[in-house]
Design a protein around this ligand. Structure first.
Ligand code: ACM
Length: 539
């Protein structure tokens, strides 16, 4: 049935009035005169995390209103547009329809292969905010997505709430031109020590995506639990995944659930990097299949927090049948390039066995089309051509161990840096932090932020550093609130080290920008450590 245009307008008006009422902001009429109302302060252009590459502030910026349309034509443009609309609609109460018609007004999302956009690489973007329009331009969907995250942070924090809020929804005027310093910006979630549900993982993905991280490293196996279904070795998940630290029920992801996580991350331009930690940290696998043990006897499941006591049997052929099956099945459902094979703390594996094991296992990763990533102990064996080592040392790591990593980097092994005394999100902030560990010392916000990935390991060629990671180990963490208290505010700082140009690195400026994020976390329901090093706004 066609509706008379007049009716359409009326019902639209009615609709928005209803929306406003339903959103609980119908008290507008009773509010004081506009002049007496506190407007949210305009966020100066570029005062976001991570700091953008270039900011040219000026002019009257854009205001999102009830009439704003989102102009997006190609599938990538529409995906970014839908994501932005989903953030904006509940809090603004506006319809924000998408349209594929070109036009000079509204929010315009544009994929463009112009040389100046291509020059911003696979993830760069430009945001132009003027009185009449807000334009996000990029060569890629990932760039548009990062531009959307920038726009989100330029808006008042209340935009993050899921109920109707009072505007205005203004964005400061000017241009942001932005691209990342490093292509690998990761956070790791240890779902082995404590199991986290698909919804909990999605929540964490959203938090990392807000800060432009582009990898989610999932630590899928350890002594305390095996968390991914493997069809050819079903007891890994059903038995090996049946507990966790402290003895809870544990859990595992079915293949469908793993794919759901991968797809959710991909929709946020993050790739999942799955880790099967080997040859140590394998008690859950050894408990599930007796034949994987050198003595043929399966140990009991383990729910403590000690490390270094387990090892796959390096001399048995069945070990490599097992590894082949696991890597094949995992690679088949992982679109990303990297597969992490662990290799840390193999204290129950002799050096000779460790080297032999890595020599047989690395080619399997290549056989199934993936690139090897391993903890930096991989440099104590012979890293495969193209392999990446993840450095997790700290200030007390011995000179010989550092030197092995530096030499490997000089010989072509690329590095992801996650120094434990800087980027480990599970380290306590201070002696009073109720959660977390302290073997790498206390890591307050400044210590976590104030280092440079390019110079952190002297002697490493700058181009060997592929990026950074913030790992979140969960021996002491079992809820999303726990994760968030440890990740915030340090995760945004590691994200900034991965994204922002070195020239923007400045603790005083950073802590001010970081403080301005707090109302956003409050709006999103993210609890955080109110570090005394940061000038948080009063609550
Ligand atoms: C590690 O922290 N064992 C990589």
């Amino acid at each position: 049935m066609r509706t008379h245009p007049g009716t359409t307008r009326t019902s639209r008006l009615l609709g928005s009035l209803l929306l406003v009422a339903a959103a609980g902001v119908s008290s507008f009429a009773a509010a004081p005169a506009p002049s007496g109302r506190a407007e949210p302060p305009l966020t100066p252009l570029g005062r976001i995390v991570p700091a953008p590459m270039r900011v040219e502030a000026g002019g009257e910026g854009y205001e999102i209103t009830a009439r704003t349309r989102i102009r997006a034509a190609t599938p990538e443009e529409r995906r970014a547009g839908e994501y932005l609309a989903k953030v904006l609609r509940p809090s603004t109460g506006y319809r924000l329809p998408l349209t594929d018609r070109a036009g000079g007004d509204g929010i315009r999302l544009r994929i463009s292969a112009e040389p100046r956009n291509k020059a911003l690489g696979a993830e760069g973007y430009r945001v132009l905010s003027t009185r009449g329009s807000l334009t996000i331009t990029s060569w890629t969907g990932a760039g548009l997505f990062h531009g959307v995250q920038t726009v989100r942070q330029q808006l008042p924090a209340a935009v993050e709430k899921r109920t109707g809020q009072r505007g205005p929804w203004r964005i400061a005027g000017g241009t942001i031109t932005d691209m990342p310093r490093y292509g690998y910006r990761s956070t790791m979630l240890d779902v082995a020590r404590h199991f986290f549900t698909v919804d909990q993982v999605k929540r964490y993905i959203d938090q990392a995506a807000l800060y432009k991280m582009n990898k989610l490293h999932l630590h899928l196996s350890d002594d305390q639990g095996w968390r991914i279904a493997v069809d050819s070795w079903p007891r890994l998940a059903t038995y090996g995944g049946s507990t966790q630290v402290g003895g809870g029920a544990g859990g595992h992801y079915t293949k469908a659930q793993y794919k759901e996580i991968v797809a959710y991350a991909a929709a946020r331009h993050m790739k999942v990097v799955p880790e099967i930690d080997m040859p140590g940290h394998t008690n859950a696998a050894l408990a599930s299949y007796a034949e994987l043990n050198c003595d043929g006897v399966a140990p009991p499941l383990y729910t403590g927090t000690a490390v270094g006591f387990s090892s796959l049997c390096v001399k048995k052929d069945v070990t490599y049948d097992f590894v082949d099956d696991v890597i094949r099945e995992l690679a088949a459902m992982t679109p990303g390039e990297y597969l992490h094979i662990g290799g840390d703390e193999a204290h129950s594996t002799s050096h000779e066995d460790f080297t032999a094991f890595m020599a047989r296992v690395q080619p399997l990763v290549a056989e199934y089309g993936k690139t090897v990533l391993g903890w930096h102990q991989l440099t104590g064996a012979k890293p495969a051509e193209g392999a990446v080592a993840q450095y997790w040392g700290y200030d007390r790591t011995g000179a010989a161990e550092r030197e092995r990593v530096v030499n490997a980097a000089k010989n072509g092994t690329r590095l992801v840096l996650s120094p434990a005394d800087r980027s480990y999100l599970d380290m306590k902030y201070t002696k009073d932090t109720p959660l977390g560990l302290d073997w790498a010392g206390f890591v307050e916000v400044r210590r976590s932020y104030d280092w440079d990935p390019a110079t952190y390991l002297p002697g490493v060629p700058a181009d060997a550093v592929m990026g950074v990671e913030a790992p979140l180990w969960t021996e002491t963490l079992s809820t999303s609130a726990h994760l968030e208290h440890m990740a915030f505010p340090r995760l945004p700082g590691i994200a900034e080290l991965g994204w922002s140009p070195a020239a923007t690195h400045d603790w005083e400026a950073y802590r001010t920008r970081l403080a301005a994020q707090a109302p956003r976390w409050d709006a999103l329901g993210i609890g955080y450590h109110r570090s005394p090093q940061v000038p948080w706004p009063a609550r």
